[in-house]
Design a protein around this ligand. Structure first.
Ligand SMILES: *Cc1c(COP(=O)(O)O)cnc(C)c1O
Length: 418
């Protein structure tokens, strides 16, 4: 597999023998490499690099990133608790959420040192009532979006994330009313690799920083695009970051304010450090005018992105024997009784089928689904058709295999039911 060089055929069969399929596999070498690239993000006056943990919240991944020096962006109070349980100090966690935790939990987390970005005027007011005079970050929608698809676009007028930039006066009024000190502006406009778009986002965001003199930190969110397929490009953080850094320098020359930078990638940190290992458990054909189908023992229960967005994941067949084989086009489908459970949709169109060329495949072969480190284990169609949640395995630096989450049992699936 191109993206996880460690996961060769021999190792893949060893993992199946030891842990079964379907199984998530992460590569510590690749996780360390992306963490190092994020921690080297160009910056003029200091950097706090956060991992947007919603992309891959396994405790072992969080602990590794914490050891390497990454802080955490949490998307809910529950995520913040999960990071704390994994050993991340609350002071290293920043919360940007669509749904504020209830008062008790928010008090507990803020009391422990977690910082908060108010993501709506209502959140800002609630925060002000609970913590009058406190420090607060404010998430704005700067009016520019750049999502990979409509559903991952998180800026611009069609997005509900953050406070619309034209409401800065209302923000100032709410801050004043509760004596809050705005220390951070936060923007996160979605996936992109184009340095021009990033530069516009920085410039719009710095305009918001200009509006609030107490702000000393600008958090630009995540959204650095990663190439999963061989023809897709991965963002070069140095290339997008250098012009951004110069923009911070210009801002300092103009205003005398040396703004600290925060970035918080999710996808970039983990996407190509993870794969799903699956077995071909059946084959089907719909005749000469139809398709050949490979049916896996995984699908939307482990990798939902293709069904949701028409996302493309690289796949490779590892044959179970050494007999010579030809090539053939297949539609790869999941194990759910659900016509949308497809792993080879048309790019961006989850409704349409796009056959892909593989070596001729047989029942019992392995199929590796690459680019599955981000928003896969984190975002499954969990327990649909009552398939148990798959285990997660980490290939450690020395090549040893470590189980970092067990396969779910039927009892666990049913434990909250009466
Ligand atoms: C999801 C999210 C991120 C990470 O986005 P990626 O596209 O995975 O890099 C960062 N910040 C916030 C606030 C988010 O909601």
């Amino acid at each position: 597999m191109e993206h996880i060089p460690a996961l060769n055929r021999e190792l893949a069969f060893r993992i199946r023998e030891q842990f079964g399929t379907p199984c998530y596999v992460y590569d510590e070498v690749a996780l360390r490499r992306s963490a190092a690239a994020i921690l080297a993000f160009p910056n003029a006056y200091g950097l706090t690099a956060r991992f947007a943990m919603k992309a891959c919240p396994n405790a072992s991944v969080l602990r590794l990133f914490h050891e390497l020096g990454l802080h955490i962006d949490a998307s809910s109070g529950f995520e913040a608790l999960r990071a704390i349980r994994a050993g991340v100090p609350a002071a290293h966690i920043s919360l940007s959420t669509q749904q504020f935790p209830e008062d008790g939990l928010l008090r507990e987390l803020v009391g422990q040192g977690m910082s908060v970005n108010a993501c709506s005027l209502h959140q800002l007011t609630r925060y002000g009532r609970l913590f009058p005079g406190a420090d607060v970050g404010v998430r704005f929608n700067p009016g520019l979006g750049s999502g990979g698809t409509q559903r991952t676009n998180v800026g611009g007028p069609a997005s509900s994330f953050g406070i619309w930039h034209e409401q800065a006066d209302a923000v100032a009024a709410a801050l004043a009313e509760h004596g809050l000190n705005a220390f951070r502006v936060h923007t996160h406009i979605g996936s992109g690799s184009d340095p021009e778009v990033w530069l516009r986002a920085v410039s719009l965001s710095l305009n918001l920083v200009r509006r609030f003199p107490s702000v000393h930190t600008l958090n630009l969110g995540g959204g650095y695009k990663v190439g999963r397929m061989p023809h897709e490009k991965t963002t070069d953080l140095q290339v997008v970051g250098q012009p951004m850094k110069r923009e911070f320098e210009r801002f300092a020359e103009e205003t005398g304010r040396r703004i600290h930078l925060e970035v918080e990638p999710g996808t970039y940190a983990v996407a190509n450090a993870g794969a799903v290992l699956a077995s071909v458990q059946d084959v089907a054909s719909t005749g000469s005018e139809g398709y050949a189908f490979l049916k896996l023992d995984t699908g939307m229960t482990e990798v939902l992105r293709p069904s949701l967005y028409g996302a493309q994941h690289p796949m490779e067949v590892y044959p179970a024997d050494d007999e010579p084989r030809g090539e053939r086009e297949y539609i790869v489908v999941g194990h759910c009784c659900e016509s949308g459970d497809i792993l080879t949709p048309q790019p961006g169109d989850p409704e349409a089928l796009a056959p892909r060329q593989f070596i001729e495949s047989r029942i019992g072969d392995l199929l590796v689904i690459g680019g599955s480190g981000a928003y896969c284990a984190a975002m499954p169609a969990k327990n649909y058709n009552s398939f148990p949640e798959a285990p997660e395995v980490m290939i450690r630096l020395d090549g040893t295999l470590q189980l970092i989450r067990r396969r779910q049992t039927l009892d666990q699936m049913l434990e909250n039911e009466y």
